[in-house]
Design a protein around this ligand. Structure first.
Ligand SMILES: [Zn+2]
Length: 259
């Protein structure tokens, strides 16, 4: 069997037969693909610990007739801090779910690969209270790379700029079908539009466009963060045409009733 090398982030895995697993990988070179890891559920397997979900690994794969087989793995970044903490792990699961749902198999996206590695690194090393913002930042940047960046700097219908002053009491909204903001005059045209404060639309714009490393300066209240989380989730679910599981798990962990 011909072999090839790949650098990958492990998205998820499931049991196969008595001792094997099918592992979904997001590779830098070939995009998302599924591969078989043989014998990894045996306690003596050395490979098993190197292909846990969220791991960034260098792999040697053998081409198979249907699925390729993982022959060797070497950990590049284990992201152990993510796995040890229930909340960080839940946000990491959100990140890998977005990659999994957002990309087709064998659809090469090196930019998304680098972004996902960067987001997992920030989750792993950053403060626990930043985990949600890191994940929303990832979701917005992913949307941009896949061609559906939300338009939140101006009304998508009439082009009116979002007011910049703090605490503006205008009733703006976000329209999932239009993928952007609606001003108070245009929002009645869209029954699906959800109310969003100007501050949250501004925060969305900031996370989408701020240079790397500066997004951490964003200061928003917990209520605004929750509102931003809903906006990002609704936008991505509409574009990907899926109901995301990870945000529901996070809500349950936080003790809030699921939406
Ligand atoms: Zn308008």
């Amino acid at each position: 069997m011909p072999v090839y090398k790949a650098e990958a982030i492990v998205l998820h895995q499931r049991a196969l037969g008595e001792s094997d697993r099918i592992v979904t990988l997001f590779t830098r070179e070939n995009g998302k693909l599924r591969a078989v890891a043989k014998g990894v559920r045996r306690p003596t397997s050395r490979l098993g610990g190197r292909i846990e979900p969220f791991t960034h690994a260098r792999l040697m794969l053998a081409r198979g007739r249907t699925l390729d087989v993982i022959a060797q793995a070497e950990i590049v970044r284990a992201f152990g801090g993510v796995r040890k903490d229930l909340f960080r792990a839940a946000y990491a699961a959100y990140i890998v779910e977005l990659v999994d749902r957002g990309l087709a198999e064998r659809d090469r996206h090196e930019d998304v690969f680098l972004l996902a590695g960067d987001a997992l690194e920030k989750l792993d090393r950053g403060r626990a209270e930043d985990a949600e913002i890191v994940t929303l930042w990832f979701g917005l940047r992913l949307a941009g790379l896949l061609g559906y960046q939300p338009e939140t700097s101006a009304c998508v219908e009439c082009g009116r700029r979002l007011p910049r002053a703090r605490g503006v009491a205008e009733h703006w909204a976000f329209s999932p079908p239009n993928g952007g903001a609606l001003c108070p005059s245009c929002r009645p045209h869209d029954a699906q539009a959800m109310s969003v404060s100007c501050g949250v639309l501004g925060a969305c714009e900031y996370l989408t466009t701020a240079p790397d490393g500066q997004w951490g300066r964003l200061r928003i209240t917990p209520a605004q963060r929750a509102e931003l989380g809903r906006l990002v989730q609704v936008h991505l679910e509409h574009r990907l045409e899926v109901r995301l599981r990870a945000p529901q798990v996070i809500k349950r962990l936080a003790g809030a009733p699921p939406a």
